[in-house]
Design a protein around this ligand. Structure first.
Ligand code: CO
Length: 134
């Protein structure tokens, strides 16, 4: 069911500073900042030859990453995103197996314009998993 690793997401308190670490210190290609009000985050993508790193900063009030940053004030790995061919099939199969999908359970359009879902970290080894249909 799982395809490629699409990205690893790191929540950060300061997106410009974090983008600078990847661009200037690590010498990576870093995208323009995107604000995603529907997701409560601003993002920058670091393009690597085999995957991406997503840097996330809270956007607006009640951002879903605010609590995470309270616990990890310097930032930290927030989620891992895997690609799936059919997100509705993947969700139905996982829910049948007892896994919990966050939010309404319906896919939302993610940062790449594709449907995404998040799976509860307690069901997946303490890791928040994002599924993205490609
Ligand atoms: Co993501």
């Amino acid at each position: 069911m799982l395809g490629r690793l699409n990205h690893v997401a790191i929540a950060v308190p300061d997106l410009e500073a974090a983008a600078g670490v990847y661009r200037d210190t690590l010498g990576a290609t870093v995208s323009q900042r995107q604000d995603l009000p529907a997701h409560g985050v601003s993002v920058v993508f670091v393009k690597l030859p085999n995957t991406k790193i997503e840097l996330l900063e809270p956007f607006g009030a009640d951002s879903p990453i605010e609590k995470f940053l309270e616990r990890n004030p310097g930032g930290g790995i927030h989620h891992i995103c895997y690609e799936v061919g059919d997100i509705a099939y993947a969700r139905d199969r996982l829910v049948e197996d007892g896994a919990r999908v966050l939010g309404s359970g319906e896919p939302m359009i993610g940062a790449h314009g594709k449907p995404v879902l998040f799976l509860h970290p307690k069901d997946f080894l303490g890791t928040l998993i994002e599924l993205e249909e490609v």
